[in-house]
Design a protein around this ligand. Structure first.
Ligand SMILES: *Cc1c(COP(=O)(O)O)cnc(C)c1O
Length: 367
């Protein structure tokens, strides 16, 4: 066995070991071609099988209805921050944005570059409270003439997560699910569009997953945009309009096949909930020592857990000693500080048990 780190990085993040082992095994001779998957044509039948399998597994695992298209692009979530308004804020169309964190704010700002302040409206924000909680239902101001309401399902930097999606009064959601896609089963049919960079919960960076309803896609009248920026074109071409990120999609396929083999999103959700119980359990047990960043328990994320230690010195010591014990990626985001533990799907219950044991010992020694 190679010496694998216990990986709590926020992104790019750890991948399931069996998905990587499969890649290792197939690297030099993929599907009997005598080549790696990186070296074959994206129009070959061998690559096509991987492409189709990645799309089919996404549909199966998430229960995506037949009237939704799945699109795999490059450019990360950032490209979609701009592509969404370019495609859907045509003419005088308007949109609402809910600002709940670092990434939600970026999406909002990019949309304003396209639609301006008038058409891109803030439907709610907790910025004044450093995004330490999500807006309450009564604090949201959704405009009935909006094309869509954009929100971020999991706030990666701050560690909040919408356990129940916000109410929009029937206006389609567009959701950035970069850091919690496939963490649990949910009803896709409520969404106009979902998008997610792969590098947190799905695979390597370089692939961005989009799920979009046919009805919503019809509203993208974007013939005047450069071709790559048109969602419709990518949907029509089955994500093969130009060369797709073939290796990334291949790894995505491996991750999804593994996810299916362990029981799909229900089993993954059970693991994630157990991890959350363990970690938040330890934080709450030692409330005088570990101070959570998020102020509302109901808004706590099961993907990113932010907390502070009593002093900077203890925080540095925590990170250093954890690293000696094989655990990496625990330093908080630069604007937040403290500790951030990212517990994406590939982090095992056992990994979190190891961390919690370390935390218990740390409190005993330094508390
Ligand atoms: C990481 C992250 C992003 C940034 O994604 P890129 O692929 O780097 O563009 C955007 N949104 C959320 C919620 C994220 O977690």
């Amino acid at each position: 066995m190679t010496n694998r780190a216990i990986n709590f990085y926020a992104g790019p993040a750890g991948l399931p070991l069996p998905a990587l082992e499969r890649a290792k095994e197939e690297l030099l001779d993929f599907a009997g071609t005598g080549m790696s998957v990186m070296e074959v044509s994206h129009r070959s039948k061998e690559y096509d099988a991987v492409h189709e399998e990645a799309l089919a597994l996404t549909r199966e695992l998430m229960g995506i209805p037949a009237n939704y298209k799945i699109i795999l692009l490059q450019g990360g979530a950032h490209l979609s921050f701009g592509m969404i308004p370019l495609n859907f804020l045509r003419g005088s169309h308007k949109a609402d944005y809910i600002n709940t964190g670092n990434w939600a704010e970026k999406a909002y700002k990019e949309a304003k570059l396209v639609g301006g302040e008038e058409r891109v409206r803030l439907a709610g924000s907790t910025k004044a409270e450093n995004y330490a909680r999500l807006p309450k239902k009564s604090e949201l101001n959704i405009h009935p003439d909006s094309m869509y309401v954009h929100f971020t399902s999991n706030n990666t930097v701050e560690g909040t997560q919408w356990q129940e999606f916000p109410e929009t009064g029937g206006i389609p959601y567009i959701c950035d699910m970069s850091s919690d896609i496939m963490w649990r089963p949910f009803d896709v049919s409520k969404f106009g569009m979902i998008y997610a960079g792969a590098q947190k919960n799905l695979g390597p960076s370089g692939v961005t997953l989009h799920i979009v309803s046919d009805e919503f896609l019809e509203k993208a009248e974007a013939q005047d945009l450069p071709s790559y920026l048109r969602y419709k074109l990518h949907a029509e071409k089955n994500s093969l309009y130009n060369t797709p990120p073939t290796f990334g999609i291949y790894i995505l396929r491996n991750v999804l096949a593994y996810n299916k083999s362990i029981g799909g999103l229900k089993a993954i959700e059970a693991n994630n909930r157990r991890k959350g119980e363990l970690l938040y359990g330890c934080i709450d047990k030692h409330a005088g020592f570990f101070k959570p960043f998020v102020t509302e328990k109901a808004d706590r994320s099961l993907m990113n857990v932010d907390f502070f230690l009593p002093t900077e010195e203890l925080t540095d010591m925590f990170v250093k000693e954890a690293k000696k014990a094989g655990m990496v990626g625990l330093k908080g985001y630069r604007d937040v500080g403290g500790i951030r533990v990212s517990t994406y799907n590939a982090v095992t219950v056992q990994n979190v048990e190891t961390l919690v044991q370390f935390m218990e010992a740390f409190v005993k020694k330094n508390g």
